[in-house]
Design a protein around this ligand. Structure first.
Ligand SMILES: NC(=O)c1ccc[n+]([C@@H]2O[C@H](COP(=O)([O-])OP(=O)(O)OC[C@H]3O[C@@H](n4cnc5c(N)ncnc54)[C@H](O)[C@@H]3O)[C@@H](O)[C@H]2O)c1
Length: 360
């Protein structure tokens, strides 16, 4: 197959691209705008493979996306491009509306024009796979409640509202135009190449520098963590074996309170990086509670039984094994982290050394 991936330079997208190139025979075109979250240095291991191609483009630019579709002639599109950080969506929702809603609309229209001209057999076999989040369901209050594929949408943040809107557009393009779509809603991912603004890499990197480890509110918010490579395998299963029109929830059965995640990272670092920064003898001494995020959801937890039952996917990693791999990866890949944190990953791409261009 020829698979077009949007957002393939991001955290999950790059794991998916690496998975497809390393473990399958498919051809991949990665279409990415390269916002601050896009990092081609996450793809160096496969960048020179003849089955891989990168195109810098904005999904909002329908003419450019249409030209790429006409040339590459994909059998499937896996749509991951999005603005994805909740805190940024609170500070400035505009980019989220633009990329997540307008961009998805634009991509759907370019795809519909391309798909509608395919010969009958190829038209039927074509797939548009939209990658979404469990945050569209809002939050859970009962300790045993789980999000299923039929849980009503109740998004809380500008980020999750924009993702919910994009899910609705994708479903409407199937109902109205017959586009063969699949939707997946996944819980919080973690793993290698995660941008250091997100909780797990932020805590690891701050701890190593002896900086405070910020925990929102009382830290009792529960998230259901999934190792990113397990997610990539699940996405490939869904695009190749999923039933058209269906939604699949993807989760790791790893519910953890944020404070416990931070404490687990500290314990792993005590073991794996025992030379503590000056002034502390245990990394947990750096934990600092900060004012809670507005609209902060209390608990997310996924019922992933449908994808397990129908497609036979289960995660390989437990939270303990995945977190150990993740902490070790950050210890072994300080150069990747340094280049993200000082902005040089982006400055060189822009061909600029002006400090204003290096600010993410
Ligand atoms: N990270 C998670 O825990 C998680 C969980 C569930 C679902 N998701 C969803 O998975 C997808 C990928 O998430 P991620 O964490 O890898 O995000 P990310 O922020 O790491 O990467 C997003 C990528 O999209 C690109 N992009 C942004 N705007 C674009 C545009 N207008 N045109 C083309 N490319 C653009 C960026 O350059 C970047 O490479 C998102 O749709 C997100 O909503 C993420």
């Amino acid at each position: 197959m020829r698979i077009l991936i949007t957002g393939g330079a991001g955290f999950i997208g790059s794991a998916l691209v690496r998975h497809l190139i390393e473990n399958t025979e498919h051809e991949v075109l990665n279409l990415d705008k390269l916002t601050y979250a896009g990092n081609l240095e996450s793809l160096t291991s496969i960048a020179s493979n003849s089955r891989y191609e990168f195109v810098q483009a904005d999904i909002v630019d329908q003419a450019k996306v249409s030209a790429v579709l006409a040339r590459f002639e994909p059998h499937a599109i896996m749509h991951l491009a999005a603005e994805s950080h909740v805190d940024r969506s609170i500070d400035g929702p505009s980019d989220f509306i633009q990329t997540n809603i307008v961009g998805t609309y634009s991509l759907l229209e370019a795809t519909r024009a391309y798909w509608s001209k395919l010969p009958a057999g190829e038209k039927e076999a074509f797939r548009f796979h939209h990658i979404s989040t469990d945050e569209v369901y809002g939050d859970l209050h009962g300790v045993d409640d789980l999000f299923t594929e039929t849980t009503p949408y109740a998004p809380s943040s500008p980020y999750s509202a924009s993702k919910a809107a994009s899910d609705h557009l994708v479903r409407a393009w199937q109902r109205t135009y017959g586009l063969p779509v699949l939707i997946t809603n996944c819980s919080n991912n973690y793993g290698p190449f995660h941008f250091p603004e997100k909780l797990i890499p932020l805590v690891i990197l701050n701890a190593l520098k002896g900086k405070p480890l910020p925990v929102y509110g009382d830290g009792k918010q529960v998230r259901d963590w999934l190792f990113v490579e397990d997610h990539a395998r699940a996405l490939f299963k869904v695009v190749t074996e999923g039933k058209v029109g269906e939604t699949y929830n993807i989760g790791g059965h790893n519910e953890q309170q944020n404070i416990d995640v931070v404490r687990s990272i500290c314990a792993l670092l005590d073991e794996l990086a025992p030379q503590h920064p000056a002034g502390i003898s245990q990394y947990a001494e750096l934990i600092t509670f900060v004012k809670d995020r507005p609209g902060h959801d209390l608990r997310y937890a996924i019922d992933a039984s449908k994808i397990e039952r129908e497609l036979g996917w289960v995660p390989d990693e437990t939270f303990q094994s995945g977190l150990r791999k993740t902490v070790q990866w950050y210890l072994d890949n300080q150069e990747w982290c340094r280049r993200v944190q000082d902005g040089s990953y982006q400055g060189e791409r822009l061909g600029s050394t002006d400090p204003k261009d290096l600010i993410a």
